[in-house]
Design a protein around this ligand. Structure first.
Ligand code: ASP
Length: 331
């Protein structure tokens, strides 16, 4: 299947000129063109993943991918693992709890160790913003950022863009409200970058304590009133309260937060009648989002986001390893 907004391959420059980067450390490094290139490439993997029993391709056969996760993850780790395996790669997962990091090894030493194992791609999640770039600078293979601190989570933004494009037929000219704990959210940051770059109006909606400074420099409008912030929106993207990143009291209580900022069916009526509701997971049901909204298949895209995650990660792994695999034109 070709999505209505998918460009024909001939629209892009040939080979490696279509995507010049060695790593995927953040959306900030990408052009709108490159984002569309990844989304278009992901469409074929959506089709493969939906194709029934034999969901397999040998594009990455013989390659070794290390998923180095220094921070907990369920869906992102699983999603990268499935993506690598569907493309025929050998996938190895490294959890921080079992690694030398707990024994005090520096990040650079860890990077050198991973490099010496001659992986063909390394996927990294780390609690420190910038850690992924640090490792990318030290290793010989492509590095993919699976979330670094409050900085970026580029594959989440790409899978969100693909979900919006498939649900609403486009991912430009839309009004998108990103609501909740924007301050601690790498998902929000990567989405603001991607969605503004693609030509959407992005708003952030949060209590004053959870709005990062200098939002206007990222070309977004800020709202502290939820009803005003989501009024007329095409997309309402809810975020989790990231309690593990809060080093003080940002909110009076979860109950009060729900009363003022929780997405209820009544509140959702302020958005466009066909507005979609997104959440990157994991959700705090009854805090930032009511179950009746999260589980409404007509509005909620939450399971579709998980599905698109696998396809987008397959596209990223495929594109970033083309030079190693000496795909013609990718020097
Ligand atoms: N799973 C997302 C992340 O890793 C969002 C979240 O944890 O709330 O940033």
């Amino acid at each position: 299947m070709t999505n209505a907004t998918t460009r024909p391959a001939s629209d892009y420059p040939p080979g490696g000129d279509a995507f010049r980067h060695r790593h995927l450390t953040g959306i900030a490094q990408l052009t709108p063109w490159e984002i569309s290139y990844i989304l278009d490439a992901a469409e074929q993997w959506v089709d493969l993943n939906r194709s029934g029993a034999a969901k397999h391709d040998d594009a990455l056969a013989g390659l070794t991918i290390i998923n180095a996760f220094f921070e907990n993850s369920t869906r992102t780790l699983l999603s990268f693992e499935i993506a690598g395996k569907r493309l025929g790669a050998d996938v190895v997962n490294m959890h921080a709890a079992q690694s030398s990091v707990k024994k005090g090894e520096t990040l650079i030493d860890t990077a050198m160790t991973l490099n010496a194992m001659r992986a063909d791609a390394i996927v990294i999640r780390h609690s420190a913003s910038g850690a992924v770039q640090l490792i990318a600078d030290k290793v010989d293979c492509p590095v993919l950022n699976a979330g670094d601190g409050r900085h970026e989570h580029p594959t989440q933004a790409l899978l969100d863009a693909l979900t919006i494009r498939r649900r609403l037929g486009k991912v430009e000219g839309l009004t998108i409200a990103i609501c909740g704990d924007v301050l601690h959210s790498r998902v929000a940051r990567s989405n603001i970058l991607a969605l503004t770059l693609l030509g959407n109006e992005v708003r952030v909606v949060a209590p004053p304590t959870l709005i990062p400074p200098a939002m206007e420099r990222m070309h977004v409008a800020t709202f502290t009133d939820m009803d005003e912030g989501i009024a007329g929106a095409d997309v309402v993207m809810m975020l989790r309260l990231q309690n593990e990143r809060m080093d003080g009291a940002y909110l009076p209580s979860a109950r009060e937060y729900h009363a003022l900022y929780g997405l209820t069916p009544q509140r959702l009526e302020k958005a466009k009648p066909d507005a979609i509701v997104m959440h990157p997971g994991p959700m705090n049901r009854g805090v930032e989002i009511d179950s009746s909204v999260a589980d409404d298949p007509a509005r909620s895209t939450i399971t579709e986001q998980v599905e698109m995650g696998v396809a987008v990660r397959m596209a990223c792994l495929d594109i970033l390893t083309r030079r190693t695999r000496k795909v013609p034109g990718w020097n």
